[in-house]
Design a binder for this molecule. Structure first.
Ligand SMILES: Nc1ncnc2c1ncn2[C@@H]1O[C@H](COP(=O)(O)OP(=O)(O)OP(=O)(O)O)[C@@H](O)[C@H]1O
Ligand SMILES: [Zn+2]
Length: 662
């Protein structure tokens, strides 16, 4: 039932003769209302006394709408992520099926199923690709989790395609998950060009009707390939065959609010239940997946060379200490850009900050423009001029003078994408500068238009955020410039170093993907930083090994397991008060279960950004080397959390296996 309670509800079958299958929808009385629910089990016993049980009103599906494997996955996920099962089902079910809607596909003009394109010719695989495909082929029809660990541009997609080819021959379906920002027509085209089969697409931008159609096409088997973002992992498949999670390290596979599941982890769980292979692919695998591969739980497949004639790029660290930078650019980087453009190539400048400048400051008294609702600075934007908070989206007009000292010397400090774009256009007047960030791609087709323009191949400079850094294949780009690697080096998050390394390698991986060799210039004030050195001289895996050793010594994931309880309220003191109570309950439960040496409780402490969107935020961190002990505790804790009355003023949530600690 769509209810926040962590339970299922019992109803009587209207008459003994009716067969009701788990996974079917039913109409039931609920309080004074009538609601749609999903049958999770049919049983002869109930803890509710017979005279209190109410009968079902109607059976909506003859056949289960949710196949048994998937239903049990949904239930498992609700329990593991400590989210009420009814809300989980409500979230996962297409809107059209949440009430009485019929489970039939209705076609409209803008449909989600895409007709095949003119087929392309598959390239001949290299030796490493061939053995990867052969290993996956040998596992068709049974569960194996493959970690396809292939350097950028090594042709992982080609391995996916050939593995899918075999799945289709076996008349089974393939489910492909990609990170949110990579679900572009370019990505889709690669799948549609290869196979003459219907492809269904699932992402958050669909209308409810499109979503329902895609869901049913997958469920009924009329789509052979389903490509989607995170939530597509819950789509029923009539003939499950293969699951692929591309860029498995990507953060967008973890839902960050509400039902906080990891689509990657559930993908592995699902493949196991359905007895089918799953491929996790990445050039920069998460430490979790590397650990699983090292310990033999996953089969490790390696692609160590770039596909075709392409070579790995060369790294150059540009130390910007004691250098004067012009709008963020060193002379060395500008010379590099000039040289690559002169050879007729394209250049990509990566800067992970939107807007014109991150700080508007008064030169006289040091005042800076801050958000009234967050512990954060306002970002200066130029087009049109305004100040914007990137945490709560608040907008203010740009101050003409300092509100503190009335001084007129306000200046923009630091650089964002808009400033880089303007500066580069000023210096390289003849060359188009193309900015790709969330502001430049607000309209649906804008990103696709920009990508198409870039791939026409004329010399140009791309300036972009991580939107440009991942997954794209830009054959014309030979130089990647990273404007500032330092913010990632000193993050408060325990995963900060891992994220920094993944992002740098991914963005670097856009250089030199065709015949011409690539270069990567990284500006930093810390060129001797040990992790940065390891990364550029020995590569991602060497750094990952070091980070794993560090994680092991402090019992952090993937060796220890975490759960974060977050609380926020308008009242500054309420969240800590609330979490103090939770902390006490947790300690009592730990003692009564004899888990004193198994589970640690840390906090409550303020979130790294304590105030956001006018709410104060605190967090409590639970850590254990035993996943099952932690699970057990969380289950019991939830019951007491549900009963806390200060919970009404305070919004709280549990995040199992949190990805970021912010
Ligand atoms: N065996 C091959 N021979 C020639 N070209 C190939 C081969 N395999 C793949 N390619 C080509 O190499 C390019 C890079 O491949 P692809 O995009 O699949 O790499 P990737 O490993 O997915 O990269 P990334 O992780 O950086 O996104 C593509 O243009 C692809 O068509
Ligand atoms: Zn704000």
């Amino acid at each position: 039932m769509p209810s926040p309670l962590r339970q299922s509800f019992d109803y009587l079958l209207p008459d003994e003769g009716i067969r009701v299958a788990p996974g079917a929808r039913v109409r039931v009385p609920f309080g004074r209302r009538e609601l749609t629910g999903v049958v999770v089990a049919v049983d002869h016993d109930s803890t509710v006394s017979p005279e209190k049980l109410k009968p079902l009103l109607a059976l909506l599906d003859e056949e289960p709408l949710i196949p048994p494997h998937l239903l049990s996955l949904w239930q498992w996920a609700a329990q593991y992520y400590q989210h009420p099962i009814g809300e989980v089902m409500h979230t996962l079910m297409p809107a059209g099926l949440r009430s009485k809607g019929n489970a039939t596909v209705k076609r409209r003009k803008s449909d989600t199923i895409l007709p095949p394109l003119t087929p392309d010719q598959p390239p001949e695989l290299n030796q490493e690709q061939r053995s990867a495909v052969a290993a996956i082929d040998a596992s068709q029809g049974k569960f194996t989790c493959f970690l396809l660990d292939g350097v950028t541009g090594s042709g992982k997609t080609e391995v996916y395609l050939q593995a899918i080819g075999r799945t289709l021959e076996l008349k089974r379906q393939a489910l492909v998950l990609v990170p949110e920002i990579s679900l572009t027509p370019q990505t889709l085209a690669r799948f549609r060009q290869r196979f003459d089969v219907p492809v269904a697409v699932m992402h958050s931008g669909l209308t409810p009707r499109q979503r329902l159609n895609a869901w049913l096409e997958a469920a009924q088997g009329s789509a052979d390939i389903i490509i989607g973002t995170r939530s597509a992992i819950f789509t029923p498949l009539a003939r499950p065959g293969l699951i692929i999670i591309d860029e498995e390290h990507d953060n967008s596979f973890k839902q960050q609010d509400g039902f906080r599941y990891s689509a990657r982890d559930l993908g592995v769980m699902r493949a196991r239940r359905e007895k089918r292979p799953i491929i996790l692919g990445s050039a920069t695998p998460s430490l979790e997946s590397l650990h699983n591969a090292r310990s033999g739980r996953y089969t490790h497949l390696h692609l160590t060379m770039r596909a075709g004639q392409a070579q790995m790029p060369r790294y150059i660290l540009v130390d910007t200490n004691n250098q004067r930078l012009a709008d963020g650019f060193s002379d060395a980087l500008l010379d590099g850009i000039r040289a690559h453009l002169q050879r007729g190539n394209q250049v990509l400048i990566f800067i992970n900050r939107r807007g014109f400048a991150p700080v508007l400051q008064c030169q006289d008294c040091g005042w800076t423009a801050e958000c009234r609702h967050c512990d954060a600075r306002m970002t200066l934007h130029r087009f049109p001029p305004h100040l914007r908070c990137h945490h709560c989206e608040r907008r203010d007009p740009v101050n003409q003078h300092c509100p503190d000292c009335q001084g007129k010397n306000l200046y923009a400090a630091g650089a964002g994408t808009e400033r880089c774009e303007a500066a580069l256009q000023q210096i390289f007047k003849e060359t188009p500068v193309i900015r790709v960030d969330r502001d430049a791609t607000r309209r649906k087709d804008e990103l696709d238009n920009l990508l198409t323009r870039i791939n026409q191949g004329d010399p140009c400079i791309l300036v972009g955020t991580q939107m440009l850094a991942k997954g794209h294949h830009f054959p014309g780009v030979t130089l990647v410039g990273v404007l500032d690697a330092d913010s990632g080096l000193f993050s408060a998050d325990f995963r900060g170093q891992e994220f920094m390394a993944q992002l740098l390698i991914q963005v670097a991986g856009r250089a030199g993907r065709a015949e011409q060799a690539g270069e990567v210039m990284i500006q930093t004030r810390h060129s001797t930083h040990q992790n940065l050195q390891t990364l550029v001289t020995q590569g991602y895996h060497a750094l990952a090994e070091q980070l794993l050793t560090e994680r092991q010594s402090v019992g952090m994931p993937p060796f220890g397991h975490l759960a974060m309880i977050r609380a926020e309220a308008i009242d500054a003191l309420a969240p800590a008060r609330f979490l103090d109570q939770i902390c006490q309950s947790a300690r009592q439960l730990i003692t009564s279960n004899g888990l004193q040496n198994t589970i640690e409780v840390n906090g409550p402490f303020p979130a790294p950004m304590e105030r956001r969107a006018n709410r104060f935020r605190q967090q409590l961190l639970l850590r254990s080397n035993s996943r099952s002990a932690l699970q057990h505790l969380l289950g019991e804790l939830c019951i007491s959390l549900d009963g806390q009355n200060s919970g009404r003023k305070v919004r709280w949530s549990i995040d199992v296996d949190p990805q970021d600690m912010i």
